[in-house]
Write a protein of this length. Structure first.
Length: 249
């Protein structure tokens, strides 16, 4: 739980540290809290700095996770977390991905996505799209899986049993993303489903590796759509792709 709290604090504090020097250059200075929050969400440079800052926050989280899992290098990081396929085959990935995207299309058609903080960030600049796509594909899946399906699930399983561990990890992963996507109920629902799928795979395979691979594929596919958005005919593609995006809290 200490690692979980630390991961949240890193995502909150480190981007703020990156943003402060830029805010200091503003003339006149921004003093109202509401204006400051809106500026942080919409100003292109502000958004870019905050997303870039997620990378060192992720690195710090992984370092802490490594220290906890290995007991300061006494044990193997991979062996402790489960770095095998656990019987999860390539066609299993295709089935899960295909089923989830079909569900996402149905949910999106019934409950259109509402504007949220991530959409504002994506709309701020193409640079923001590039850095969000990078983080969402190459750092967020690994860090989130190590924290949630790796460290938290293992600890809850030992202390409370598999059912409680499944419920707690599924809930914590989903609920931590709610502020980022509020009030887009369809996105929050899909995040809950995704969390349930990934945790179920962790339970079934008793390994973390399939969760990391699947999570990376989810985010990577969405990143491709975001990057290709200017070449696609429909302007709403960017928002549709954002529906399935979920960065580390």
């Amino acid at each position: 739980m200490g690692l979980w709290v630390a991961s949240i604090l890193a995502i909150l504090i480190i981007p703020t540290i990156f943003l402060l020097p830029y805010l200091a250059t503003m003339q006149p200075p921004i003093t109202e809290s509401d204006q400051l929050v809106e500026f942080a969400k919409t100003d292109p440079t502000s958004v870019f700095l905050q997303i870039v800052a997620i990378i060192p926050a992720h690195l710090l989280t992984i370092l802490l996770a490594w220290l906890i899992v290995t007991k300061r290098r006494k044990y193997s990081f991979k062996e402790m977390l489960g770095w095998q396929t656990g019987g999860f085959r390539w066609w299993h990935y295709l089935i899960v991905l295909g089923s989830f995207f079909v569900l996402a299309a149905v949910v999106g058609s019934l409950v259109p996505e509402q504007e949220n903080d991530l959409i504002k960030m994506l709309q701020s600049s193409r640079s923001a799209v590039y850095i969000i796509a990078f983080v969402a594909t190459f750092t967020a899946p690994f860090v989130e899986e190590v924290v949630y399906r790796g460290v938290l699930y293992s600890a809850f399983q030992r202390a409370l049993g598999v059912p409680a561990a499944f419920a707690l990890v599924t809930f914590l992963f989903a609920v931590i993303h709610v502020p980022q996507y509020w009030p887009s109920y369809s996105t929050i629902f899909l995040l809950g489903v995704l969390s349930m799928i990934l945790t179920a795979i962790r339970v079934k395979t008793n390994n973390l590796w399939p969760c990391i691979v699947l999570h990376t594929l989810f985010n990577g596919i969405q990143s491709v759509f975001l990057l290709a958005e200017p070449l696609l005919p429909k302007p709403e593609v960017q928002q549709q792709a954002a529906t399935l995006f979920h960065l580390l809290k």
